[in-house]
Design a protein around this ligand. Sequence first.
Ligand code: PEP
Ligand code: MN
Length: 359
Amino acid sequence: MKDPNIPAYGSLTLISGPCSAESESQLRAAAEFFCRFNRENPRFRVDSLRAGVWKPRSRPGTFEGQGEKALVWMQNIRRDFGLPTITEIASAQHAELCMKYGMDRFWIGARTSANPFLMQEIAESLRGCRFPVYVKNPISPDLSLWTGGMERIEALSGGPVHAIHRGFSLYNSEPFRNAPLWELPVELKRSRPERKIICDPSHIAGKRSLVAGIAQTALDLEMDGLMIEVHPCPENALSDASQQLDFSQFENLMASLVVRRQQGASARIEQIRCMLDEVDDELLQLLAKRMEMVKDLGRLKKQENLSVLQMERWKNVVRRGLDAAARRGLDPGFVQNLLNCIHTEALRLQHDIIDEPEK
Ligand code: PEP
Ligand code: MN
């Protein structure tokens, strides 16, 4: 029997297609495939065909997109297949050209959403047009830059503005191309639950083999959809060849995805949640007690003219914490992060005390 608590697969927003629009025949092959996929898979529906017309590339001398002529191909695809098409805009001029060729939805890429001036100019060019706009997270993990960009568009275009989570550039984000830092999209969802967040596992992964796992994690974190790069022949792709799926890999991925219930937890789960709330209260009470002691220590350090950071003591705290983690079966990375967080707060409190002017 159909469980009403299981979200309909069809309610997921699915945007898929090649990284770049390379030729009209490439786009036609993809559109034909997605139309067949939609007919044969009532569980899912690819809502729009993606393809980059202008490609923001880190290094010069690589393929930078086919530009305006690709907008004509996208227009033909919409007309011939009835499948909406979507592309990336990185300037007001791109937005205007897209509208000239009848595009009615856009995404803004990670390098553009990091720039408030560009976001404002794009917002001006979309004034009153009410088209859906998807804003990718900026390349750096900065939540207010991401939300700020969306707010600029929302204020002027008046249409729905959705977020795309494509991971963040870090110096080392192994095994991913872009670190997912899931806490950011989760916080975005918590603060604005009505805003759709689509995950782009392809740009997080950077390699085909990681795409499915990231897509499943995104669904398990209640993301509202997926943007997946699919190319008729990924090995020959002119950009992002190593992360694009071919048609059968896309079909396998969709068949493997599990959409889990978002609501309707049992009484036993609710009971455990109450117990967790009590433990959280105790943890916070202990933390408050610890921070009071830290302040006393700060006053003494001031009297005794001792520096706030005492490296030997800090090393000892970490060593003790990691030993306790091993004894209690806690993940050492988690305990290290927790201690870093507590210690940063302790240093902040003690700095405030030491910097306080003498009465
Ligand atoms: C893309 O979607 O092809 C793209 C360039 O994405 P991002 O802005 O996430 O790098
Ligand atoms: Mn790409």
